[in-house]
Design a protein around this ligand. Structure first.
Ligand SMILES: [Zn+2]
Length: 328
């Protein structure tokens, strides 16, 4: 008998929603890559490694010997190379009533987003008048942008009812209760009307990131820009965090950018991919250097290198690859 079935009381497979296809590209050619035993730690724990980039890092899970324990299974997609938790958790139902973002705003203020707000305002296209934060939490970022740029229409889209009530009420910021995957966004924000969109910490938490991002790009006017983050694997020493259900590499980022039909204008890669893309068809920028960072460079290394890496990985995985077909 399969050990995870036989010993399911002590070693429980985490997650409640089985995916038949890759959540990023929808390919059904997916197969198991990792099984990770993880327990949530009983105390707040930080790494103590002065000089290391990971010094001070907060740890919430570790592979401990405590049982019962949960086993987190991750699959990889042969097409876009995304790695994703499968089964995953249905986060949306829980998050609809989440009050943690409002509590955090009340306790700590919006200061944690100051650096991000300054950086985004520098990336705004010329004559920016409409900014959307998709999955805006309790509105920390938009609040800071409105302080510096009261002329801007700042719109928050958010799944948490308490966050939306807090923004519309106490903060006086336009916020809409929105399920980015399932709702029609055209009726909330007109297509082609937005100058800058932020999608932070949401790529891995929506059901289908590409579906959501297509809706957001539709919202952008020609020449409008979108900044998004995604969990990143590749040159990254950070431990796997089982609370983050999707990781992409350079191939995944390339796939997303091509599928959206946008141009990459800025990219930073550390523990996350932080990319800014531009919708084609806008007016030429007034001054050189309006894009920031590693401007207009391809996201992937040279193709032959990637192809070799891809072949090596797949020859090792294919031996134990289970190809799932949709049951519908
Ligand atoms: Zn995929």
């Amino acid at each position: 008998m399969e050990p995870l079935v036989r010993f399911s009381e002590n070693f429980k497979l985490a997650g409640d929603t089985l995916l038949n296809a890759c959540p990023v590209c929808d390919s059904t050619e997916i197969g198991e890559l990792w099984r990770l035993p993880q327990n949530r730690l009983s105390h707040v724990t930080h790494l103590n490694a002065p000089g290391s980039p990971l010094h001070g890092l907060y740890l919430d899970y570790l592979p401990t010997l405590k049982s019962p324990q949960e086993i987190f299974k991750f699959d990889i997609c042969s097409h876009c190379e995304s790695i994703f938790l499968n089964p995953k958790f249905d986060d949306q139902a829980h998050y609809a009533h989440d009050t943690s973002k409002v509590e955090s705003f009340r306790k700590k203020g919006p200061g944690e987003q100051r650096g991000a707000a300054d950086s985004f305002m520098r990336m705004f296209p010329d004559d920016t008048t409409v900014v959307v934060d998709a999955a805006c939490g309790a509105g920390q970022l938009l609040h800071l942008i409105k302080i510096d740029r009261p002329d801007i229409r700042a719109v928050g889209l958010e799944l948490s009812k308490p966050s939306v009530a807090f923004m519309n009420g106490e903060l006086g910021i336009e916020a809409h209760l929105t399920d980015l995957d399932r709702d029609d966004l055209d009726s909330v924000v007109a297509p082609g009307s937005v100058d800058f969109i932020v999608l932070q910490e949401a790529f891995e938490h929506v059901r289908a990131p590409l579906v959501v991002m297509r809706k957001l790009v539709r919202m952008l006017r020609p020449g409008g820009r979108m900044h998004f983050t995604a969990q990143h694997y590749g040159d990254n020493e950070l431990q796997i965090r089982v609370g983050e259900p999707i990781y992409i590499n350079d191939a995944g980022l390339d796939f997303v950018i091509k599928a959206l039909g946008v141009e990459l204008i800025s990219l930073k890669k550390d523990i996350k991919v932080r990319a800014t893309v531009e919708k084609p068809g806008g007016p030429p920028p007034r001054a050189a250097g309006s894009g920031r960072g590693e401007a207009r460079s391809p996201a992937t290394p040279a193709k032959p290198r990637r192809a070799r890496w891809h072949r090596r990985l797949w020859s090792s995985i294919r031996r134990r690859l289970i190809v799932r077909r949709p049951t519908r």
